[in-house]
Write a protein that binds this ligand. Sequence first.
Ligand SMILES: O=C(O)C(=O)C[C@]1(C(=O)O)C=C[C@@H](O)C=C1
Length: 258
Amino acid sequence: MADVIKVADSSEMTLETVRDSLIREEDTIIFSLIERAKYPINVGAYDKTKTAIPECSDSLVEFIIKETEAAQAKCGRYENPEEHPFFPDGLPTSLVPAFNFPKILHPAAASINVNSTLWEVYFAQLLPLITVPGDDGNYASTAVSDLACLQALSRRIHYGKFVAEVKFKESPQEYEPAIRSQDRDALMKLLTFESVEERVKRRVAKKTMLFGQEVSLNDNCDEKKLKIDPAVVSRLYEEWVMPLTKLVEVEYLLRRLD
Ligand SMILES: O=C(O)C(=O)C[C@]1(C(=O)O)C=C[C@@H](O)C=C1
């Protein structure tokens, strides 16, 4: 049986353990992208004029995400420093008893939320790469799949706060001068590990190949039947997922000595 999952406190977090969390999140992201790719692009889900819900001027996807976030906020989802809403304004407060999440991050972390950028990138650039053109009318299921992708991507990207905290704690003397001079470029250079990024790109492509294949009892994987293209997932990581994670790391470090 699997070990009981334990919540790490700051003294237990290392660069290795935070990287392990990013690796585990890859699975969630890839499975959610595979689920979204089951439907065509379904532009009707994104068209504000097509929602037809009384007194609602949002698209169906906005409607579903706002309503879901409100329900999840009441259940305490956003009390967890790893979770960030897409529509933070006016969210209801949690109705459930507070869980004592370990205080690992600097309090300024709470002001960092790059979900509006992720939202733009996801709908304008990423979605057309993983879906085929067409409309099968499954707008509600499509929107629910979008939410799963967005939440998984958002959790991964904002985990950059924990990565940055660990890096800072491991060598404050390296980071402090750049933080004091608010030098974004220097911070970006310090926190970048190109060889790690190369491994991430190769691993997500490999996972996409494994998770997205047709499983047959007779023969081996038919690469022509992959549910999404491994090269596309590798590209998503290179162009958006890792750059946004690094943006979160820089934003966090800039405020780390406040
Ligand atoms: O592993 C790290 O050190 C991270 O900061 C995470 C990450 C990533 O997004 O995967 C980002 C920056 C590094 O260049 C390498 C990888």
